[in-house]
Design a protein around this ligand. Structure first.
Ligand SMILES: [Zn+2]
Length: 432
């Protein structure tokens, strides 16, 4: 730590008890907006490879230092004491469609605000808002809003990292619960308009076997947009080609993808692997799981963790607008042109109950479930919800872990991993 930044530090021992006058409220945060005081977080710090009892000094929205409890702290510091609870980096969600009644494809400010407000309550601080299959102008409207929210963050919610361009370049038969009518080939006259938002795109999904997929993937690479494979029945050989085009990530492992059994419908022998086997095989490919306890059982989650490892496997919510809403009927995708979904038994289902249609849970639920189902340590599951997705998004230099010089996105959890407080850029977000 540097003694240059404050000349009034003193030994902290004995003065870090819960003193209400030193705890920060939303009102205080507003008053200190121009010159915020330093903050000292105290509790069980969840670091990228272990958990330690300690403290963390934050100044001007950045982590300055990880400290031990006996360290000196600035005299004017605000203390955020988690007690025996945990301090975790804010979660980064690469695949999320909405929440609190709003789907990003609604293309309205209100839908964005609702979803961002809902997810921050569950510990997500940064989101790649995810589009889905829709008409051209609907996708453009959502990308426009993503740009607007990225540049002018909504103060009461999670921050928009950018957009995950997802659909309409799916294989029709692999569309899952997504609207099918607007699935189409990747035509450059169209996708060039999407790529005008390249700075706002975190990732873009394409099924490698559809017409125009290669052109789209190469155009994305040229503009610096990462590409994913998703909603695809590609063969192993087609996946190998896609890796050559620059594809580096695969959406929701095990869901809406080909495997040996699926591809045997088309070729009896020799049997061939599909997206699933290729994702497990290629070290260049990262992937993600929906760990809501409904999409995948514990065996599949353990398999994914064993083969890919926690540096290449992210937790995502793939959450629909039904987050924090009662059971009932909703829409996946835009209200105008989307597909019906039914929230029941803690998951989104197709109305006939014969298929799954997105999750209805936030990232805190995914974290708890992943730990319960795989037995992996808390720090490792947290990494999969923060540092690993931040790295996949190319933002790990500043986001995703409690480390010096990173942005102070911090979640305060109790011992049971319930979210108690959330800070973004060092400022506390009021949880509605
Ligand atoms: Zn999907």
């Amino acid at each position: 730590m540097s003694f240059l930044i404050c000349n009034t530090w003193r030994v902290a021992k004995g003065r870090w008890s819960n003193n209400p006058s030193r705890s920060m409220t939303g009102g205080q945060k507003q008053r200190f907006f121009s010159m915020p005081p330093p903050i000292v977080f105290r509790g069980q710090l969840v670091l990228p490879d272990h958990i330690v009892t300690g403290a963390m000094l934050v100044r001007d929205g950045r982590i300055v230092e990880i400290l031990d409890l006996a360290a000196v702290v600035p005299d004017d510091a605000v203390i955020v004491d988690a007690g025996d609870g945990y301090l975790s980096p804010g979660f980064v969600d690469l695949h999320v469609h909405g929440g609190l009644g709003g789907d990003f494809m609604d293309g309205t400010t209100e839908a964005f605000q609702n979803a961002l407000t809902a997810h921050v309550r569950h510990g997500t601080t940064r989101m790649a808002i995810t589009t889905t299959v829709a008409r051209h102008e609907q996708i453009l409207a959502t990308l426009q809003l993503a740009r607007q929210f990225r540049k002018s963050p909504y103060p009461a919610g999670a921050r928009v990292l950018g957009a995950h361009f997802y659909g309409p370049y799916f294989r029709y038969e692999a569309k899952g619960a997504h609207p099918g009518a607007a699935i189409r080939p990747a035509i450059s006259e169209e996708f060039e308009q999407y790529l005008e938002f390249a700075d706002d795109l975190v990732t873009a999904t394409v099924a490698p076997e559809i017409e125009g997929a290669k052109e789209f993937a190469l155009a994305c690479r040229e503009r610096g947009v990462r590409t994913n494979v998703g909603h695809s029945w590609a063969t192993f050989a087609q996946m190998e080609e896609a890796v050559d085009w620059g594809v580096r990530h695969v959406d929701h492992l095990f869901c809406a993808m080909s495997d040996k059994t699926r591809l045997r419908q088309f070729q009896m022998y020799p049997m061939q692997g599909g997206v699933l086997e290729a994702t497990l095989f290629f070290d260049d490919l990262t992937t993600e799981v929906i760990a809501d306890g409904k999409h995948l059982d514990s065996g599949l989650l353990k398999l994914a963790l064993k083969i890919k490892g926690s540096d290449k496997l992210a937790l995502v919510t793939d959450c629909s607008r039904a987050l924090d809403m009662p059971d009932g009927n909703y829409m996946i995708g835009p209200l105008d042109g989307g597909e019906p979904l039914m929230k029941k038994n803690g998951v989104g289902q197709m109305p006939d109950g014969l298929g799954l249609a997105s999750s209805v849970e936030g990232m805190d639920h995914m974290l708890r479930t992943f730990i319960e189902y795989t037995g992996c340590p808390l720090w490792e599951a947290v990494k999969m919800a923060s540092l690993t997705p931040a790295r996949i998004a190319g933002r790990d230099a500043e986001l995703g872990s409690l480390e010096r010089d990173k942005v102070a996105d911090v979640v305060v959890f109790d011992r049971d991993l319930n979210v108690k407080r959330v800070f973004i850029d060092g400022g506390e977000i009021k949880l509605y």
